[in-house]
Design a protein around this ligand. Structure first.
Ligand SMILES: N[C@@H](CCC[C@H](N)C(=O)O)C(=O)O
Length: 302
């Protein structure tokens, strides 16, 4: 806990500097604060300094931090829009601490993304030739905004071009959007690659994989087994999701994201240097947890 909280401006400067110069291209900075309603509160600052409503991977690591600090296995964490239930789960692999987190609230309405396209109120499995012809797109807020497209092969260049187009100033998604291309590998098995708002290509986007799982369940009843978890492969490894689909009231569907909460390094820094964004005197210790996670990755095959 800091003696004096960082101001928003200090946080933005720190996130940009940390992600680019110290963490070798990290996606963002997670801030853990006290909460009046939950065990703790999480804020998410993207690598470019913008603030996101949620981060699924981040929520798992903050869950682990709070779980170890307070010796609790089930609790809630406050996020920008809601207090989310989190719990310790069975380790995915020896030495890979694993947490399960609620991803919520869900909305398909254009005002919550927000998006603007013709007179659409929702965008579900729609052909949008202005994005990419011969693909269909679905938009969902969980509650950060996601655009999902199912493809047979992932074309990285098309994903990058669309990611840049919809995250530069544009009329379709005026606040930008996270974009995921997903392949259905078999029943309850997906591969998801995400171009993240405020970041660019990422190895794994937790809310992106959650959003893709929900849209998958909605659009592919013949390949979705509601009794089982979904395995979601990504360029960085694998997570599981669990979807309780409510077809009639799809916004009342439930999503759990289950995956590793790996602490790769411990960094000690003098508080005044955080306020001044001076990161040249850090004390950094590497853990062996990344090795355990990479050993897990070697065991997974789709
Ligand atoms: N860049 C996203 C927020 C981060 C999402 C994250 N990668 C995740 O794991 O969920 C945004 O601006 O919405």
């Amino acid at each position: 806990m800091l003696e004096k909280p960082l101001t928003d401006k200090e946080l933005i400067n720190l996130a940009i500097n940390l992600c680019a110069n110290i963490l070798g291209g990290a996606d963002g900075l997670l801030v853990v604060d006290a909460s009046d309603t939950s065990l703790g509160k999480m804020r998410v600052i993207n690598a470019d300094g913008s603030e996101a409503k949620m981060c699924g991977n981040g929520l798992r690591t903050v869950s682990r931090y709070l779980s170890e600090k307070y010796q609790l296995d089930n609790f809630k964490i406050e996020t920008m829009e809601s207090d989310l239930a989190v719990s310790k789960a069975e380790d995915l692999y020896p030495g890979v601490p694993t947490f399960s987190v609620e991803i919520s609230p869900i909305s398909f309405q254009k005002k919550d993304l927000p998006f603007s396209y013709k007179n659409f109120n929702e965008m579900i499995d729609q052909s949008i030739p202005e994005f990419i012809s011969e693909q269909t797109f679905s938009a969902v807020a969980v509650p950060n905004p996601h655009l999902i497209s199912f493809v047979s092969d992932i074309n990285q260049l098309e994903l990058k071009n669309l990611g840049q187009k919809l995250n530069d100033q544009n009329d379709y998604f005026p606040e930008g959007v996270n974009i995921s291309f997903s392949q259905i590998l078999k029943t309850n098995t997906l591969f998801v690659q995400t171009y993240e708002r405020g970041v660019g290509f990422t190895n794994a986007c937790g809310t992106g994989m959650s959003a893709a799982s929900l849209i998958f369940a909605l659009l592919n009843p013949d390949q979705f087994d509601a009794n089982k978890d979904i395995s979601v492969y990504n360029p960085g490894g694998l997570v599981k999701t669990h979807i309780i689909l409510n077809r009639e009231h799809k916004e009342q569907s439930e999503i759990r994201l289950i995956g590793n909460a790996t602490f790769t390094h411990e960094v000690n820094v003098v508080e005044s240097n955080l306020h001044n964004n001076k990161l040249n005197q850090l004390e950094i210790t590497e853990t062996d947890e990344e090795t355990a996670y990479q050993n897990f990755v070697k065991t997974i095959s789709n």
